[in-house]
Design a binder for this molecule. Structure first.
Ligand code: ADP
Length: 610
């Protein structure tokens, strides 16, 4: 793109420069023509004035009586002498070359140069046109070479009249050298050509008495007849046509310059005919001026163009840098936008994923909750089933026994065996007591005791509990060790705490397989404001899956009839009621370990009963 633009700009520049160059050249040419024309006007005026200055002399002289007298009395030597002197004086005063008087025959009767070797006196110039014109009553004008002097001169001839008519002619000859000097002072070369095309007056010597083109036959005859250019060769002028200017309106010529060196220049040939002289004035305006002006204009223009070009290129470079910077910025902006869009898309996707996840989780949670409630429901039903099974076993077994013992008692009573009947009834009584115990146990579970807590002596609680379990412990041949601090007291209820300890020790005895000697360790420890009671055994330990549910009511791993699954649940709640905690874990050697923490009481005072 850029090279094409640059090429187009270069072409446009060249075309514009060419148009400008041409317009400027035309302008300079026109100016030169104008200047030459002004010079032409001035030179024509100057020449006219110059000739007019001398044109009046001959007619004035012709009116002088001494002239008339001398002409009227031919052969009067005295008159002729007087006139000679007079003419010499006039000639000197007017600054003319020669002044002389001719009779009607054309013979000079008196002349300003009468005393000189080449005196005109006695010589006949009847062949000169100025003589003939004057005889016809006109002021004769003539340019020619002096037949005597060989010098170029301009002649004025005026008729001398008396009562009879024209009796002679007064002639004043002027040199044209001063005019040529004046022409040389002008700004341009200037010369005059006569009607035959001969250069008669010229500032440049090389042009003088040269012909422009060929001389017509008639003119040639006239020249010979009037002896106008006596002895002169009239060679061709070194002026040759050299084209034209300004649409052919101005003719150009090649001619030598006025330095005399022979160097030829091209000139605009400006000319004007001057009627009074019957001549054409030529002014040659040197076209070198235009070339010089064009050169300097070109230099100036070139320098200007160069400056402009430099400026333009600087501006262009600056613009390029700016464009480059903007392009960079745009690229960065686009990259940023792309990144932002990408991130936004990623975020949107992540968001959508998150939302989907949340919805999924919500669904999962919902289904979990549903499953959980179903499980709870199922768990409750299972617990209920378990409880029903346990209770019906607990009650059915003594009821069956009661029924049997009662039937036995009736039978023994009817058979008169009163003792035996009484024994059976006693058994029934024990069984009903056992059932009442069971019922009480259940009631305790259902109804929490709201009794106040009081300081309880732990040593007493432990020995009472172990005392009540004495029979079981002995049967199992278990070793029960009591460790740790003594004399500790907690806040709680003595009977309920005893129940808790009995439950833990009972469970421990159950947990140890029959082939092992049960070893139960009860450790008491004070820990700041709390008392820790740990009961540890060497049994099978608690299965990991059972651990979280071990304190749930009706959770049991024992076979039906062996356990209700309420012991730990009740114990947990008792401890909780006393503001304590209870946890289950497995000890280092595999057995279970239950840890109770209770708020310590200030002093260990024994509580008798609850
Ligand atoms: P039950 O003794 O009637 O089963 P519990 O609430 O006292 O009810 O005990 C619940 C269950 O906890 C027991 O069935 C048993 O599986 C487990 N358990 C309790 N104590 C121990 C222990 N010392 N060692 C191992 N398991 C135990």
């Amino acid at each position: 793109m850029l090279p094409v633009l640059a090429a187009a700009a270069a072409i446009a520049f060249v075309v514009l420069a060419w148009i400008g160059y041409e317009a400027l050249a035309r302008e300079f040419e026109a100016e030169l023509v104008e200047d030459g024309t002004r010079s032409l006007d001035r030179t024509a005026d100057m020449a006219r004035v110059w000739f007019e200055r001398y044109s009046a002399l001959a007619p004035i002289y012709a009116r002088d009586p001494r002239v008339t007298a001398a002409l009227e009395a031919p052969g009067d030597a005295a008159l002729a002498r007087t006139l000679n002197r007079e003419l010499e004086a006039w000639n000197g005063l007017a600054g003319t070359t020669d002044t002389y008087v001719m009779n009607r025959d054309g013979t000079t009767i008196a002349a300003s140069n009468w005393e000189e070797a080449h005196s005109f006196v006695g010589r006949n110039f009847a062949f000169r046109p100025y003589f003939r014109d004057a005889l016809e009553g006109r002021l004769g004008r003539f340019f020619g070479l002096g037949t005597t002097s060989g010098l170029r001169g301009y002649y004025f001839g005026a008729p001398v009249r008396d009562a009879r008519g024209i009796i002679g002619v007064v002639v004043v000859k002027i040199a044209i050298t001063p005019l040529e000097e004046d022409l040389r002072l002008g700004p341009h070369q200037a010369f005059f050509t006569d009607e035959a095309g001969i250069i008669v007056v010229a500032g440049t010597p090389a042009l003088r008495l040269k012909r422009l083109g060929e001389i017509a036959e008639a003119e040639r005859a006239r020249i010979v007849e009037t002896r106008q250019f006596d002895g002169a060769t009239l060679g061709p002028a070194p002026v040759a046509a050299a084209g034209s200017w300004l649409d052919g309106t101005q003719q150009l010529v090649r001619a030598p310059d006025d330095s005399g060196s022979g160097t030829a220049h091209r000139y605009v040939d400006l000319s004007r005919r001057i009627e009074t002289l019957d001549w054409t004035l030529h002014v040659l305006a040197d076209t070198a001026v235009v070339n010089r002006r064009m050169t300097s204009a070109l230099l100036t223009g070139g320098a200007g163009a160069l400056a402009l070009l430099t400026l333009a290129s600087l501006l262009w470079q600056r613009r390029q840098r700016l464009v480059e910077r903007l392009r960079h910025r745009e690229r960065d902006r686009l990259a940023l936008e792309r990144r932002v869009a990408q991130r936004t898309a990623e975020l949107t996707a992540a968001n959508a994923r998150l939302e989907a996840e949340v919805a999924e989780r919500r669904n999962a949670e919902e289904s979990l909750r549903r499953t959980q409630s179903e499980l709870v429901q199922a768990g409750k039903l299972a617990a209920l089933g378990q409880m029903s099974a346990a209770l019906s076993h607990e009650f059915n077994q003594p009821l069956t026994a009661i029924r049997t013992y009662s039937e036995n008692a009736i039978a023994f009573y009817e058979a008169g065996a009163g003792q035996k009947a009484a024994e059976n009834l006693a058994r029934v009584l024990r069984l009903t007591e056992r059932m009442a115990q069971l019922s009480k146990h259940l009631t305790r579970f259902a109804r929490r005791s709201q009794d106040d807590v009081t300081p309880v002596d732990l040593d007493a609680v432990l020995s009472d509990a172990l005392g009540l379990l004495k029979g079981r412990i002995e049967r199992a041949e278990a070793e029960v060790r009591r460790e740790g601090d003594a004399g500790l007291a907690v806040l709680g209820g003595a009977v309920r705490l005893q129940h808790v300890v009995m439950n833990l020790v009972g469970n421990a005895l159950d947990a140890v397989p029959a082939d092992r000697t049960p070893q139960i360790r009860i450790a008491l420890r004070r820990d700041g404001g709390e008392i820790e009671i740990a009961v540890e055994d060497n049994g099978t330990g608690i299965a990991p899956e059972a651990l979280p549910r071990i304190f749930d009511p009706f959770f049991t791993t024992k076979e039906v009839g062996k356990g209700l699954g309420l012991g730990l649940s009740i114990s947990f709640n008792i401890v909780k009621d006393f503001g304590g905690t209870m946890r289950a874990e497995n000890g280092a050697d595999g057995g279970a370990r239950f840890v109770i923490r209770l708020p310590a009481a200030g002093t260990g005072t024994r509580e008798a009963a609850e």
